[in-house]
Ligand binder design. Structure first.
Ligand SMILES: N[C@@H](CC=O)C(=O)O
Length: 310
């Protein structure tokens, strides 16, 4: 694929959830079926190695195999794709990015160095080097709610000024004041907020979501994004129902059951039922939701959001 510019990175992007067998090995056949499904669903793009792709729990051989599979299928289908070259160790992240460059992704996703919270200078030094390594392929900075260091709007402005290779971000979003502070950056950086707040983010000028709603149903998430663009009022009305379903059913996987964000994403995917064989299992040592919880959430989803299952 060709590298994408910040203004081209928009819409509904699906995360490549890692299918894990009971013995903790990766089910590559199911991974391959998953990529095929996303291509058929005509999502705006696919990305590997977000949290639900479990980038932090892969050997380097596994990283290479997963991303080669994604790239081969996406390059053949003309589907935009991003490679998550993230790793808590900056040196390993740089090696991942170097090896994956030959796969010709549309962009790379990186997280910030993790062990000790980095200063802004350290963050800029990290991103400058990663951007030079990646060029001409741009970087997306994945700065999730649980990151040790969360960038403020003023710090994002410094990143944009100093590192031209950063094209976008994947962030939790914020309130009115946050969107107001981010407004000057919206023509320079692609801003992606959480999937279940897509309607709110788009209404404030954000560009899309690396989407947890696409975990529940990739096709529905795509239709909803397109509705938000063609008919913002109808998109917002549907968005309110999606957000209510999320608050009542998916968020409690984290807030009541004490599981991780990636456990919630996999629970949503199993509830959606679009990839037979996928389970809620995460790689050792992380806990995951029992299958009957996912089934129960799936039944609620079919009652509360029937249009997600047509
Ligand atoms: N945390 C997620 C976002 C989408 O569900 C990921 O990147 O995997």
């Amino acid at each position: 694929m060709n590298p994408l510019s910040s203004s081209e990175i928009r819409g509904n992007w699906a995360t490549l959830l890692l299918p894990v067998r009971p013995d903790d090995s990766i089910d590559y056949e199911l991974l391959s079926a998953e990529v095929d499904y996303f291509i058929t669903a005509k999502v705006n793009g696919i990305y590997s190695n977000g949290s639900a792709g479990e980038f932090y729990a892969q050997t380097e051989d596994e990283f290479d195999k997963i991303n080669a599979l994604l790239a081969e299928k996406c390059n053949a289908a003309g589907m935009s794709f991003q490679v998550g070259a993230a790793h808590p160790c900056a040196q390993t992240a740089r090696e991942r990015l170097r090896r994956a460059k030959a796969l010709r992704p549309s962009a790379f996703q990186v997280t910030l160095p993790d062990w000790f919270p980095p200063t802004l200078d350290e963050i800029l030094r990290f991103l400058e080097v990663m951007a030079v390594e990646a060029a001409p392929i741009p970087l997306i900075v994945y700065n999730p709610p649980h990151a040790k260091r969360k960038l403020t709007p003023a710090e994002w402005a410094k990143v944009a000024d100093r590192v031209a290779g950063v094209a976008g971000m994947k962030v939790p979003g914020g309130d009115e004041a946050w969107y107001e502070a981010m407004r000057p950056l919206m023509t320079r950086l692609s801003i992606f907020i959480p999937g279940h707040f897509l309607h709110v983010g788009l209404g404030h000028g954000a560009h899309g979501a690396y989407s947890n709603v696409a975990c529940l149903s990739p096709k529905f998430a795509q239709r909803w994004y397109e509705l938000c663009v063609s008919d913002p009022a109808a998109g917002a009305a549907l968005g309110k129902r999606i957000a209510a379903f999320w608050a009542g059913n998916i968020a409690p996987v984290i807030t009541q059951h004490g599981l991780s964000n990636m456990a919630a994403d996999k629970t949503a995917a199993v509830a959606g039922g679009w990839l037979p064989g996928l389970t809620t299992r995460l790689r050792w040592p992380y806990g995951f939701a029992p299958d009957d919880l996912a089934r129960k959430i799936g039944a609620t989803a079919r009652a509360e959001l029937p249009e997600a299952f047509i």
